[in-house]
Structure formats: structure tokens, C-alpha cells
Write a protein that binds this ligand. Structure first.
Ligand SMILES: [Zn+2]
Length: 327
């Protein structure tokens, strides 16, 4: 009898506890409902405020020019490798007017290309780390700024006037001391990187890879990789412009990957010297380890396979261009 009584009491308690829980749960449910409603409303408001994300579709069978510059000076003279600052500015204006917009080499590798509808991306590269490409001077307050008489100075000016052109370029440097001019080596590189430019590899001594041993290849590439990493707090140089466009016959794998002074390197991109626009990064036939470039030359003569020749080809046949589609 006692047992039954105890069981009955336990039973009633259990029901009470259950009912209590249910009531409590209902309360919690109501609170959750209110909260969810508020959040839903907030989300809907947000949806109304933020425009839908931009979709980037391209004519992917078209090509992208990776333009190669070397020296810059006030006057061009007869040197086909030297561009004057004035003519470089005119190049930028011409490209802008024809619907080209600059992107970085890393944007290209990562297939992360964002240009306005109808526009074509273009990549600037600068070989040899010369003073005309970039040097720093002190302004009136003693701050280090890019010399207006340098390619970087010209690009900064153009970018200030045409922000939608972008400010991009990769500088392929040689050895362990770069560009010259005011400031330290470290300050010069840091300035470029802070502006959004990239540093690439052009080997320790502008070596001819054709006859280089695996050890020499690794030293030539690793020296620049390690030096820039040291100067720029671990910056990873992973793009290489082959000196004179010459690769190794037997030891290509060391140009791609290797190790020097206990540190490994890997080039994600290897650039040639001539003479065609590159395939789109999404193209299944693209070979990042052998990418062609288009030469920008001194003088205003149109030479086959150089920049203005290709620009003309693309004007005549716009399908040749990789450009952003309407939707
Ligand atoms: Zn070179």
C-alpha cells in the first residue's frame, strides 16, 4: 500500500515537472519566435539595402596581354628597350581609352579578375629593377615619394586621374640591391608593396639558364626569394621572368621548385619574353609555367608582335580580347 502511495506521489511529481517544462518551453518558444522574427526582418531590410553581388562573366576564349617594359628615361633616343616617361603616360591613356584596365599578376593566377563591363584586363611587368622604373625622392616635408620621373611616378599620376584604371604592376628584380635612389633597399620594396605593386624574380645575376647546373639554378632563384623575404617580413616571391626568356633544357624542374640556403621556393608563374597575349587563366590549356608576354618598345614604330601591333589586331578582331560580358 505504502509502495503504491509512493509511486503515485512520484507519478504526480513527474507530471508536474513535465507540465512545468512544457510551460517553460512554450515561453522559450515564444521568445525565440519573436527573436527570429526580428532577425528575419533585419535580414530582409539588409537585402533591400545591399545590391546583389556583381557577377563577372568574360569572353573566356579571348586573351590577356602581359605587357613587358624594361627601361625608362626622359628621352628615348634609338634604344628600342627604353620608353620615355611622356610616351609611357600616352601608353596608359591609349589603353584606358580603348577599354583596358590594369589587374595584378596574382589576380590573373588566382582567376580573380574584376574589371567593368566591356573592359579588358591588362597586366604590366617591368624587368631588371632599373632606376627609371622606380626610385624614391624626398618631398618638401622629407617624406619618401615616388619620383614623378619614373614609371611608378607616372602610374601614380595616371591612377590619381583615372582611379578605375587600377594601380598594378610586377617588378622583376635582380640580385640583392634594387632600383637605386633615395631610401634603403627595404624602404623601396616596402613602398611598392604598400601601393599594391608586386615583386617578382629575375634571378641573382640575370643568368642564362640554358647551361646552368641544378645548384646554380637554385642559387640564382633562391637568392632573390630569400633576400626579399628577409627585407619584407616573409614576402613570398613566387613569380619569375626568365632572363632573356631562356629556360633550361635539362633542369626545368629546378626553375619551378627548389631550395637554396635551407629555404624552399616555388614559382607559380614563369614568364617568357615574347610575343603573344596569354590565354585566359580559366582556359584548360593555359600553362602558368610558360606564359608569353607582349613587348612594349621605345619609339613609335609599329613592330610585329609588339604592344601596338597587338592592340591593332584586337581592335580589328575584338573576339581576340578577353573582356567582361554584360551578364
Ligand atoms: Zn632582363
Amino acid at each position: 500500500m505504502k509502495k503504491i502511495l509512493i509511486l503515485t506521489i512520484i507519478g504526480i511529481c513527474a507530471i508536474l515537472v513535465f507540465v512545468g517544462c512544457e510551460n517553460g518551453k512554450k515561453e522559450v518558444d515564444t521568445q525565440l519566435d519573436v527573436q527570429q522574427n526580428i532577425e528575419r526582418e533585419k535580414e530582409e531590410e539588409k537585402k533591400e539595402e545591399t545590391p546583389p553581388p556583381e557577377v563577372y562573366h568574360y569572353n573566356e576564349s579571348g586573351k590577356i596581354m602581359i605587357v613587358m617594359y624594361h627601361k625608362f628615361a626622359k628621352e628615348e633616343g634609338s634604344d628600342e628597350w627604353t620608353r620615355s616617361f611622356d610616351n609611357f603616360y600616352k601608353d596608359l591613356q591609349y589603353l584606358y581609352d580603348k577599354g583596358y584596365r590594369s589587374i595584378s599578376l596574382q589576380d590573373y593566377i588566382n582567376n580573380d579578375i574584376k574589371v567593368p563591363v566591356g573592359c579588358t584586363p591588362i597586366i604590366f611587368t617591368f624587368d631588371d629593377g632599373t632606376k627609371g622604373q622606380f626610385n624614391l625622392i624626398r618631398d618638401d616635408e622629407g617624406n619618401l615619394v615616388a619620383n614623378p620621373e619614373s614609371a611608378v611616378g607616372v602610374m601614380e599620376k595616371f591612377y590619381a586621374e583615372h582611379p578605375d584604371f587600377g594601380l598594378n604592376g610586377t617588378f622583376f628584380v635582380i640580385g640583392t640591391s634594387y632600383f637605386g635612389g633615395e631610401g634603403t633597399n627595404q624602404e623601396r620594396l616596402q613602398y611598392l608593396v604598400d601601393k599594391g605593386f608586386e615583386i617578382g624574380n629575375h634571378t641573382k645575376s640575370h643568368v642564362n639558364f640554358r647551361n646552368a647546373s641544378p645548384e646554380e639554378i637554385q642559387e640564382e632563384i633562391g637568392t632573390v626569394v630569400n633576400n626579399v623575404a628577409e627585407l619584407l617580413d616573409g614576402y613570398e616571391v613566387n613569380t619569375l621572368a626568365l632572363p632573356n626568356g631562356i629556360s633550361s633544357k635539362e633542369y626545368k624542374e629546378y626553375i619551378h621548385k627548389g631550395e637554396y640556403d635551407g629555404k624552399s621556393y616555388e614559382n607559380k608563374v614563369i614568364l617568357l619574353v615574347g610575343a603573344n597575349p596569354a590565354l585566359a587563366p580559366s582556359n584548360e590549356d593555359v600553362n602558368f609555367l610558360s606564359l608569353p608576354r607582349v613587348r612594349a618598345r621605345g619609339g613609335n614604330k609599329e613592330v610585329e608582335y609588339d604592344l601596338y601591333w597587338w592592340l591593332d589586331q584586337m581592335e580589328k578582331n575584338p573576339k581576340l580580347k578577353y573582356y567582361r560580358l554584360e551578364s
